[in-house]
Design a protein. Structure first.
Length: 155
């Protein structure tokens, strides 16, 4: 395993801090410190190191439908050539929230969040399908969102 792909080693305290922030990203550092046995300043330093290293982000998660984005879909993309190049191109679009390279029936999966069906059609037809290497796309329209959580812990 190369240094680039090694998972960072986190101690139990850092893992617990992450779990507490996954439950409530606005939880005060003093409260976290009491829960993990550190000072508020020590928690602040750990959180800063965790965010600067890219291990975690603290963000506001919204419900796109309540903000006017009525059409959500997963786009399955088959590619000729290196799928990482297509993934890099797809991720540049503002409507794309999530992109992964896969080893299954599709080479790339991308989640699109659009205001309307017409916006989704324009995204797929005139932008995604014109990326060099894209040979096939299939949209899986979301009929209902039943679970969308980010508190899976650190295991």
């Amino acid at each position: 395993m190369s240094d680039k792909t090694k998972a960072p080693v986190l101690d139990d305290v850092s893992k617990r801090i992450i779990e507490l922030l996954q439950q409530d990203g606005r939880r005060p550092y003093a409260e976290i410190g009491r829960a993990v046995g550190l000072s508020e300043a020590a928690v602040r330093q750990r959180v800063q190191r965790l965010t600067e290293s890219g291990i975690m982000q603290i963000v506001a998660v919204t419900d796109p439908r309540q903000l006017g984005f009525a059409r959500m879909a997963m786009i399955g993309i088959r590619v000729q050539g290196d799928p990482r190049e297509v993934a890099e191109a797809v991720k540049a679009y503002d409507e794309i929230a999530y992109v992964v390279v896969t080893l299954g029936a599709y080479d790339v999966l991308a989640e699109a969040i659009c205001e309307t069906d017409e916006d989704l059609l324009e995204l797929v037809s005139t932008r995604v399908r014109t990326i060099p290497g894209v040979v096939h796309t299939e949209c899986f329209l979301y009929a209902g969102l039943h679970k969308d959580f980010y508190n899976w812990g650190t295991r």
